[in-house]
Every structure is written in structure tokens, then in C-alpha cells.
Write a protein that binds this ligand. Structure first.
Ligand code: ZN
Length: 98
């Protein structure tokens, strides 16, 4: 169990380091724990999910009068368009891709 968590942390750090070196940024999208929907664009500020009616955020922790909404689950989306644009920008690699 602890080894799995450690391996996941190492994989996460490697991935974020690679993304940073390529200067690509992943988009964080809030989603339901059960998997019924993604909260994207117009649905970002919903308190509950539309279909399962589970809460979207953890109960607020009041700290000095301010609190931050923390979502229960989120995914990281990495668009393929900037990756392909960079790949095809190098003529050397573009010849091998066809
Ligand atoms: Zn749901």
C-alpha cells in the first residue's frame, strides 16, 4: 500500500517535471466521485452534481473568516493540440511521423 502511494507520487512528480520542461500546462477539471459528470464551463459553481446530487466540495474549514472551496475529485486534462504543434514544428521529427 505504502509502496503504491510512493510509486504514484514519483510518477506524478516525473510527469509534472516533464510537462514543466515542455512548458505545457494541464487543465484541472472538477468531476464527480461516482463519475456521472464533469464540471466544465457553465457547471463550475454548482454546489451539487446534476445527476447524483452528491456535493461537489468538501465541507468548508473556516480559517480567519475565509474559506476555500475544495473539490472532492478532479482530473487533469492535457490537450493534444499544442503537443502535436510542437512535434510538427521540428521538420526532423515530422518526416518520421508519417
Ligand atoms: Zn455524480
Amino acid at each position: 500500500m505504502l509502496l503504491d502511494v510512493t510509486l504514484k507520487i514519483i510518477a506524478y512528480l516525473r510527469t509534472t517535471t516533464r510537462l514543466r520542461t515542455l512548458s505545457l500546462k494541464a487543465q484541472k477539471i472538477k468531476c464527480c466521485e461516482v463519475g456521472c459528470m464533469l464540471n466544465y464551463k457553465d457547471d463550475i459553481d454548482l454546489i451539487q452534481f446534476k445527476f447524483c446530487h452528491l456535493p461537489q466540495f468538501l465541507p468548508p474549514k473556516v480559517q480567519k473568516g475565509r474559506f476555500k472551496k475544495v473539490s472532492l475529485k478532479r482530473i487533469f486534462y492535457l490537450s493534444i493540440i499544442p503537443i502535436l504543434q510542437r512535434l510538427y514544428a521540428y521538420v526532423k521529427f515530422a518526416r518520421d511521423i508519417k
